[in-house]
Design a protein around this ligand. Structure first.
Ligand SMILES: NC(=O)c1ccc[n+]([C@@H]2O[C@H](COP(=O)([O-])OP(=O)(O)OC[C@H]3O[C@@H](n4cnc5c(N)ncnc54)[C@H](OP(=O)(O)O)[C@@H]3O)[C@@H](O)[C@H]2O)c1
Length: 311
């Protein structure tokens, strides 16, 4: 496994992080039992992954706690998240310390490396920054939280409106945002300033379009061409991503997606979640490949340069 530094946190992190939410939630959503979920985390750690991302709302913190029990704490970087709103009602500030204590107890640790404000919508940003973050600062002073992060609602805010605003403030050590082969907009609107400010970055939705069917990607291309957002001559074939799989390039689209994210300037950690330990191991292997060929990268950029509205 290759490692990098997570922006100004200085934390040494694996370039692939284990996402413990997403569609699998370590198998919670795909019919796996608790033992199997714990085994996914252990196998990921054995493959060299030291960055584990979860949230109080995922129901997977306890699996991580079981998987890391007995390991030296400094071997693992733990990222979890505080829910900031439920059904449109913002979390009151006094909820923050109790939430963090509960996370610590489920994770079986006495500190969280990165505590994120979770899924912050543009209209919630100021409340989170001005009302909730000061509470997190107190926990930071008490040694219970090391760094403060913020995550976006990529489905509803695919062009990063909230994070572009957050770049104007200095309280964020880490961003978690959507980025993939199709929506590369963060490379234009977030990563350059994140690099300049030393904000560490984690990306989600990395595999989203790689895992869809060729038909779904073909349908997307037809829509983008109809909206004048894609150059039909660059699309070329039914599956607009099919060209990435070839002997000198990636062996499959999952690999293409992982190598694309891993080598994008500004990306520190690519998150991938699974309920299948063999997928965790395969992803750890695939992300170690070299950058995609320069001509493939150029074609990808030309194809999707006008896309910023699709998660
Ligand atoms: N706003 C937020 O803060 C937010 C929102 C969403 C996600 N997240 C975080 O980001 C992480 C990533 O989320 P995501 O939405 O990108 O999804 P994800 O959790 O990475 O899920 C990826 C999907 O791809 C499948 N998969 C993984 N490796 C594969 C492989 N080698 N071959 C085939 N299928 C494979 C998994 O299914 P299998 O189980 O079959 O492998 C899973 O359904 C989450 O786990 C979570 O930690 C944060």
């Amino acid at each position: 496994m290759q490692y990098t530094i997570l922006g100004r946190t200085g934390l040494k992190v694996s370039v692939l992080g284990l996402g413990c939410g997403g569609p699998s939630r370590l198998g919670r959503k795909t019919g796996r039992n608790e033992e199997e979920s714990v085994a996914v985390v252990r196998r990921a750690i054995d493959a060299g992954i030291n960055f584990l991302d979860t949230a109080e709302s995922y129901g997977t913190e306890g699996f991580i706690g079981k998987a890391i029990a007995g390991l030296p704490r400094e071997r693992i970087v733990l990222s979890t998240k505080k829910t900031v709103s439920r059904k449109g009602v913002m979390a009151p500030p006094e909820e923050v310390p109790a939430s963090v204590e509960a996370c610590l107890s489920r994770l079986g640790t006495d500190y969280i490396d990165v505590l994120h404000m979770h899924n912050v919508r543009p209209g919630e940003y100021e409340y989170v920054r001005d009302v909730l973050v000061p509470q997190v600062r107190k926990l930071q002073q008490a040694g219970k939280v090391r760094f403060i992060g913020i995550t976006e609602d990529f489905d509803g805010d695919s062009s990063h409106t909230m994070l572009r605003r957050a770049l104007g403030d200095d309280c964020w050590d880490v961003f978690l945002l959507g980025y993939n082969l199709v929506n590369q907009s963060a490379a234009r609107t977030v990563f350059p300033d994140a690099i300049r400010k030393g904000v560490g970055t984690l990306v989600m939705y990395a595999l989203r379009w790689a895992r869809r069917t060729a038909e779904a990607r073909g349908e997307l291309a037809r829509q983008l061409i109809a909206q004048s957002r894609m150059d039909p001559s660059a699309a070329g074939q039914d599956d607009p991503l099919g060209f990435l799989v070839h002997p000198g390039g990636a062996s499959c689209l999952v690999e293409a997606a992982l190598r694309f994210c891993r080598y994008s300037p500004g990306v520190n950690v690519t998150l991938s979640g699974t309920g299948d330990a063999s997928h965790a191991e395969a992803n750890a292997r695939m992300i170690e490949g070299p950058p995609l060929p320069a001509e493939d990268m150029a074609r990808l950029e030309r194809l999707f340069e006008k896309v910023d509205h699709i998660p």
